[in-house]
Write a protein that binds this ligand. Structure first.
Ligand code: AMP
Ligand code: ZN
Ligand code: FE
Ligand code: FE
Length: 274
């Protein structure tokens, strides 16, 4: 089966509008897709309406940035985007992202790069200026030749992380919030945290005790060995399986295409299967 439960739109740092994401998902013949923008539910209504018109199954989602041993991303699926607690938290996340964007501007100004918040709001549109927007600015103005270089030279350096920070919720708080909104909580892209197998095992055990429902075992950038390990850990801890590309559009993540092919034997373990 073909599906994709990890997609970004212009509601956060993706290239395409929520309706365009739905349109592309339908064109690719996906059985189901989820929109999972960073720290916001702002794109869900538009994507949901488009999906209904297209007759494609849609799972309303979110990807919450949390602070734990590392910056950990928790995906929420099947959330109610009118849940007041969730909306309240999303407003707080937006405010903290806006403050951080001002800090990034200040820090880049100190590096001799004359970027302004007004310019960055132009890059972000209706979304909060996020690091991929800053990466686009740095490329457009000749400070980096590629997105990865923008992160390596500026946006993901030790100096950057010392100068720029923002308050993020704990994993437990994100899981609770997703549950309060009627959704299921999934650990996103485990490979990204660079934990050894034993550390990841212990980490997943702890998140399961905090209420975690699933693990994103299938991910576009996984090696087959990583996918096998995550599937084994999900099974060991009695967790559901998720599957997503983390598509942002080819301008933002040139190597990531929409749509994942998953063997039918995993269907019953998938997070949306009820
Ligand atoms: P933000 O949520 O604004 O902190 O931006 C985080 C996003 O930036 C992540 O979802 C990644 O897509 C991207 N990102 C973070 N670190 C890197 C990196 N070292 N290289 C390329 N992209 C990165
Ligand atoms: Zn992103
Ligand atoms: Fe993520
Ligand atoms: Fe993502």
């Amino acid at each position: 089966m073909k599906l994709d439960l990890h997609l970004h739109s212009t509601a956060s740092d993706g290239q395409y509008r929520p309706a365009e994401v739905a349109w592309m998902a339908a064109e690719k013949g996906l059985e189901i897709f989820a929109l999972t923008d960073h720290d916001t539910v702002a794109g869900l209504a538009e994507a949901g309406e488009a999906a209904e018109k297209l007759g494609i199954r849609f799972l309303p989602g979110i990807e919450i940035s949390t602070q734990d041993v590392d910056e950990i991303h928790i995906l929420g699926f099947g959330i109610d985007d009118r849940c007041e607690a969730l909306l309240e938290s999303c407003r707080a996340f937006a405010e903290s992202r806006l403050k951080r964007a001002a800090l990034i501007c200040d820090w880049l100004n100190g590096q001799g790069i004359p970027v302004t918040m007004e310019e960055m709001q132009g890059y972000a549109g209706r979304a909060m200026p996020s690091r991929p927007h800053f990466a686009a600015y740095l490329m457009d103005h000749g400070y980096a030749a590629s997105r990865s270089e923008a992160f390596e030279r500026y946006l993901d350096t030790a100096e950057y992380h010392r100068a720029v920070n923002r308050v993020r919720p704990s994993c437990k708080k994100a899981i609770d919030l997703i549950h309060e909104a009627g959704g299921l909580a999934v650990l996103a892209h485990p490979a990204q945290y660079k934990m050894d197998d034993e550390t990841l095992d212990g980490f997943i055990r702890r998140l399961k005790a905090d209420g975690l429902d699933g693990v994103e075992c299938f991910y576009s950038r996984n090696t087959p060995e990583q996918t096998a390990l995550f599937l084994a850990l999900a099974e060991k801890h009695g967790l559901r399986v998720s599957c997503g590309s983390d598509f942002h559009g080819e301008l933002v993540k040139p190597d990531v295409r929409m749509g994942m092919e998953v063997e039918d034997r995993f269907r019953k373990a998938l997070i949306w299967h009820r």
